[in-house]
Ligand binder design. Structure first.
Ligand SMILES: Nc1nc2c(ncn2[C@@H]2O[C@H](COP(=O)(O)OP(=O)(O)OP(=O)(O)O)[C@@H](O)[C@H]2O)c(=O)[nH]1
Ligand SMILES: [Mg+2]
Length: 254
């Protein structure tokens, strides 16, 4: 018993040492940060989703409609890793039409020099891609070209608002395809179908199929985030990771 406790203590000591060395190495190389770009209509849960992922309040959760279209940067730091969350309020909303597109596009280009991952956030249960989402997709393509879609994850929120739960998997497929098809109008036909989607619900830890969604969101991010940012992202969330299987890490819920 005593030996076991000693062994566990020793193991965690070794892991801490490894983590410290990795951090020191990232710092030395100046590779200790990442940037996430959030896109989606008002109220779809952009801020809530990022807060759930990082386990703390980063972006302001809003119950009212924002009236300004202003690209906002939320800088943060966890475990010595710096990150920028860039929010694009209004980009996907009706009130942004009527000649403002060009101004907003310039604002995006000016403020978002580069990013490591883009979340395209949309309601899971919606039946179609809205006209304003279509416009936003067009603008994003104009701003970043097809490279943007390589680093995109479709985050489909409010999953438990969907009914009936038995059709969840079918709905996930059709909703994903609809958004991929819209993106596919602008980039290559092979790129769009490869954009992954994750259904989530910020109010409930499971999806309608009973599966916890946070682990899948986490692993999908690791697969899509730019190569340089993967390790900093893992380090920023390391204290919340648990080993589910020898080769599979998942995030502990907050
Ligand atoms: N039930 C449920 N509520 C959610 C979910 N995501 C967000 N909410 C709630 O919906 C409201 C809007 O969430 P936000 O995270 O502020 O949405 P947003 O997309 O950042 O909104 P804007 O910043 O205004 O564009 C808040 O009251 C959240 O608590 C979800 O997946 N399920
Ligand atoms: Mg928000």
């Amino acid at each position: 018993m005593e030996n076991q406790a000693f062994e566990n203590h020793d193991k965690s000591g070794q892991r801490k040492k490894m983590a410290d060395e990795t951090l020191a190495d990232l710092n030395k190389k100046g590779n200790n940060k990442f940037t996430l770009l959030l896109v989606g209509r008002t109220g779809v849960g952009k801020s809530s989703s990022i807060d759930t992922l990082l386990g703390k309040e980063v972006a302001k959760v809003n119950d009212s409609k924002p009236e300004t279209m202003k690209v906002t940067k939320y800088p943060g730091q966890t475990n010595d890793i710096k990150y920028d969350i860039i929010d694009t309020p209004g980009l996907c909303d009706d009130f942004a039409v009527a000649g403002h597109d060009e101004a907003y596009l310039n604002q995006i280009i000016e403020n978002v020099k580069s990013f490591d991952l883009m979340w395209f956030v949309a309601f899971f249960a919606d039946t179609r891609v809205s006209a304003d989402e279509m416009r936003a997709i067009k603008m994003l393509h104009k701003a970043f070209g097809k490279a943007a879609w390589d680093k995109t994850v479709l985050v489909l929120t409010f999953s438990n608002s969907f009914f009936p739960p038995a059709d969840f998997a079918k709905k996930l497929e059709s909703r994903t395809e609809a958004i991929q098809n819209e993106i596919g109008k602008h980039c290559s036909i092979t790129l769009a179908p490869a954009i992954p989607s994750v259904a989530i619900d910020n109010a409930i830890i499971t999806n309608p199929d009973g599966q916890e969604w946070l682990g899948e969101l986490y692993t999908t991010i690791i697969e899509r985030i730019s190569a340089n940012a993967a390790l900093p992202f893992i380090m920023a969330t390391a204290s919340r990771l648990k080993v589910e299987k020898p080769d599979k890490f998942v995030l502990k819920t907050a």
